[in-house]
Every structure is written in C-alpha cells, then in structure tokens.
Design a protein around this ligand. Structure first.
Ligand SMILES: Nc1nc2c(ncn2[C@@H]2O[C@H](COP(=O)(O)OP(=O)(O)OP(=O)(O)O)[C@@H](O)[C@H]2O)c(=O)[nH]1
Ligand SMILES: [Mg+2]
Length: 284
C-alpha cells in the first residue's frame, strides 16, 4: 500500500480548537463507525483529561454486522465505557437525549454557565454532524457523503445543553494503510490516495484474509477465491464495467465495488471485531 498520509490543514486546526476548549466541556460524545471502532477512534478524545467523561456513539450500526456490534458493546461494557450503537438515519433514543439533557455543568463551570457543554468529536465522515442534528432536533450542522464537510468547531443550542460540532480528525500516526481502509467506508465520491482499482484490490484482499469475501461477493454471484486482481476482473464483467475493446475497466469496477461496500449494497459488513487481530494497535 502507498505511504502517503493525508492530513489536511483543517484537521490540525480542529484538533487545536478542541484541545483549547476541553477545559470548558462537561462531556465528550465520541462518534465512531460501528463497522470499524478502532480505525475510527478519535485521536483527540484520548488527549482530553481523564476526568472528562467520554461516551461513545457507534454510528452506522445499520451497515455493521450485528454480531460484531454485539461483541463491541460487550468490550466497551467490560472497559466500563458507555456506548450506543445507532442508526443515525433515524431518531436517537429518548433515553440518550434525556441523559445528555440531564447533565449539569461541572462545579468549576457552574459560575460561568447554566447548561452543560458537550462536544461531538470523531474521525472524518463517521456521522458527527448527523448525530448533532439528531441531538438538537433540527438540521443545524451541514452533513455530507464525503469526508471533510465540517471545517471548524461551532456551537449549537440543544435541549438542556450546548453542543459543539467539530471537524473530522484523523490520527496522524495511523499510517496510510489505516487511512486507505477508512476510504472503504466512505462514499466513492470522496478523495482517495491512489487509484480506485488498487483500493478495491486491497479491500478484496483484506476481506479474503478475514474470511468475509464470500459473504460480500455472493450477493453479486461473483466467485471470491483467487488473486484480488482476478476477483476485480470478475466484478467488472459482472457489472458490465468494460472498455471499448471488451477488456475490464478496472478503475470503474473498483469504484463501483468500493461504493457498494461503503453504502451497504453488498450487505452488512464490519471490518473490525474485538476478537480479530487489530489493523492498528490502539487502546479502546
Ligand atoms: N446509513 C447510515 N448513514 C449515516 C449514518 N450516520 C451518518 N450517515 C451518513 O454518513 C455521511 C457522513 O455524515 P456526516 O454527519 O456529515 O459525518 P461527519 O462525521 O460530520 O463528517 P465530517 O464533518 O466530514 O468529518 C452522510 O452521508 C450521512 O447521511 C448512519 O447511522 N447510517
Ligand atoms: Mg461534520
């Protein structure tokens, strides 16, 4: 895999802004993608002081493998961390809204403001702004299918709290492999490092290595065995992604495959489970 690591300027700025305001926060809501809770861990949340509570939202649970999500919930529980798996296309549970609305500002903040201050943080495109909109009950923050929609920290009035949206921040230590895996979970309209066919071949290879390729490709009736380039060739033929001479248009096939993986067209899929070796060793 390529070595280029993508770290746009707004991430460094967003990270600085969040760290500067952490002294004024009463709660952090960290949004992670339920399909890859380790890969999408926020590098900012771990820099906050241990005294600041962090609750985890496992977004896009509608796209994740249900048994993998149950395992993640057990793992979070073992670690004493609160976590909610949510399909943010729907309303969030009233119990979660009530728990947030019931928060009071910590004693050191009470002199300055009456309502609790909450920040929504997380990796790019995990659904932070969608979650914030659910929390405040209106389309307050911009949402989009590609990473990098939110560029800075902004505050919104919620029910019983003030909520900050923040830009998606990648872990600068995560490396190109982890970043490329994250693009398997985003829309194919997004920016990727390298070519779509390379990305798709890597994704096929990863799914094969985790025994997930047959599940994913059976829906298209594509044989999952063999070298990833052969599998991509079969995908291209199956989808009719052909060049004028009749050969497969590997880039178009790759893009269609990634889009189908990301959007759930090939069924529910989790890239990570707590019992499988982590792509990246990070602590929960
Ligand atoms: N299927 C599904 N899609 C979701 C869910 N949550 C968010 N999305 C979609 O994911 C995409 C990204 O959502 P945003 O809320 O913009 O994500 P973000 O984390 O704010 O992204 P940035 O600001 O770019 O870092 C949008 O297309 C949302 O509609 C979910 O639970 N399920
Ligand atoms: Mg956003």
């Amino acid at each position: 895999m390529g070595r280029t690591v993508w770290y746009p300027g707004h991430m460094a700025k967003g990270s600085r802004q969040l760290l500067a305001l952490c002294g004024a926060l009463d709660l952090v809501l960290e949004v992670r993608d339920a399909r890859a809770p380790m890969l999408t861990m926020s590098p900012v949340a771990e820099k906050f002081p241990a005294s600041l509570s962090v609750w985890t939202i496992l977004s896009k649970a509608d796209l994740a493998d249900e048994s993998a999500t149950s395992k993640w919930l057990r793992r979070f529980k073992e670690l004493g961390r609160l976590a909610w798996p949510l399909d943010l296309r729907k309303n969030i549970p009233d119990s979660l809204k009530r728990s947030i609305a019931a928060l009071a500002p910590s004693s050191s903040h009470r002199r300055h403001y009456r309502e609790a201050r909450v920040a929504v943080v997380g990796a790019p495109n995990v659904g932070k702004s969608t979650f914030l909109n659910r929390l405040v009950g209106r389309r307050a923050a911009s949402v989009g299918g590609i990473p990098g929609i939110t560029k800075g920290v902004s505050w919104f009035k919620g029910a019983g709290c003030i909520v900050a949206d923040s830009p998606g921040i990648l872990d600068p230590r995560s490396g190109a492999e982890a970043q490329r895996m994250l693009s398997w979970l985003s829309s194919s309209k997004g920016q990727v490092i390298g070519a779509w066919d390379d990305l798709a071949r890597e994704c096929v290879g990863y799914l094969q290595s985790r025994n997930m390729a047959s599940n994913v490709l059976s829906l298209w009736g594509v044989e999952h065995d063999g070298a990833p380039s052969e599998v991509l060739e079969r995908i291209g033929r199956r989808l009719g992604k052909l060049l004028p001479g009749g050969g497969v248009d590997a880039a178009a096939a790759g893009r269609a495959f990634i889009d189908a993986v990301a959007s759930g067209k090939l069924g529910r899929l989790s890239l990570e489970t707590p019992d499988a070796p982590a792509v990246r060793e990070v602590c929960l």
